[in-house]
Ligand binder design. Structure first.
Ligand code: CP
Length: 305
């Protein structure tokens, strides 16, 4: 397995063995509490779309390992405003940093950046396409909370059409024989090409609109926000924005040890009354982004083999 210099663009680029290896490194780093692995290393954080968790946890991850960051939190403050292309921007930034972490609204932007760059590029979310580092921390969370990744029953709830975290995680869990339940309004269904891919891999899945029909079967309930920014028509968003709201009543109709995950931010789909329950792991999930992203940075920068 070679990670040094590698781009992290899509979860499809990883074998099952590689996914498990990354999780094992995250576990090792978490135990060792911030070893100084990345002294003098600089990460460029190029965030053309809003972010709290991904940008700050990448910054925290590299700084805690002895490295540092440059970058921006919105494209409007860069020479993009003067008409500079993404390609040219990357040709500059590769000279200023050791690794580039990019979030962009356009699907495929991270792949383009990787083609332009001679340093590793990490996709921090490209449009409605993929969010591979979120998926890795989601896998890490499931492994920690459930003690395994194989054969889990997982329900994906909410905006499955535009939710990139769902797309990446469903593909990743197809390595682990997950039983998947896709719970959404019919207008926000999982895109057909993902369903076709799962069928080809002989992964069992069910599509429903009503959570109560499947909640008793779930080991993991992965809730998502309705992605307002991806809707071409605001009237359509208004129709679906309140499609689901989880509160404590879900616990009466599910397995005692079902965990509730969410990539966050939430905007009303999880009642805060769930936060203090042992089932709610979404804040821990966000915290798992630190060791996981530390592992990835150490691997692509060749500091862990
Ligand atoms: N989960 C996630 O990607 O959150 P941010 O948009 O805040 O980075």
């Amino acid at each position: 397995m070679e990670f040094k210099g590698r781009d992290i663009i899509s979860i499809r680029d990883f074998s099952k063995k590689e996914l498990l290896y990354i999780l094992s490194i995250a576990k090792r780093i978490e135990k060792n509490k911030n070893p100084i692995l990345l002294k003098n290393k600089l990460a460029a954080l190029l965030f053309y779309e809003p972010s709290t968790r991904t940008r700050l946890s990448f910054a925290s991850a590299i700084k805690r390992l002895g490295g540092n960051t440059i970058g921006f939190a919105k494209g409007e403050v860069t020479s993009l405003k003067k008409g500079e292309t993404l390609w040219d921007t990357i040709k500059m930034v590769e000279q200023y940093s050791d690794v580039i972490i990019i979030r962009h609204a356009i699907e495929g932007a991270a792949r383009l950046a990787a083609e332009a760059a001679s340093v590793p590029v990490i996709n921090a979310g490209d449009g409605a396409n993929q969010h591979p580092t979120q998926t890795l921390l989601d896998l890490y969370t499931i492994q920690k909370e459930k003690g395994k990744l194989e054969n889990i029953n997982i329900g994906f709830l909410g905006d499955l059409k535009y939710g990139r975290t769902v797309h990446s995680l469903a593909i990743a869990l197809s390595h682990f024989n997950a039983r998947m339940f896709f719970i959404s309004p019919s207008a926000l269904k999982m895109p057909q090409h993902y369903l076709d891919e799962l069928k080809q891999k002989k992964i069992k899945f069910t599509e429903v609109q009503n959570l109560s029909k499947v909640s008793k079967q779930l080991d993991v309930l992965y809730a998502t926000r309705i992605q307002q920014e991806r809707f071409p028509d605001p009237v359509e968003y208004e129709k679906y924005k309140n499609a689901y709201r989880l509160d404590k009543s879900i616990l009466e109709n599910s397995k005692k040890n079902m965990i509730i995950m969410h990539p966050l931010p939430r905007v009303g789909e999880i009642d805060p009354e769930l936060d203090e329950t042992k089932n709610a792991v979404y804040f821990k999930q966000a915290g798992n982004g630190i060791p996981l992203r530390q592992a990835l940075l150490a691997l692509v920068l060749g500091k862990i083999k």
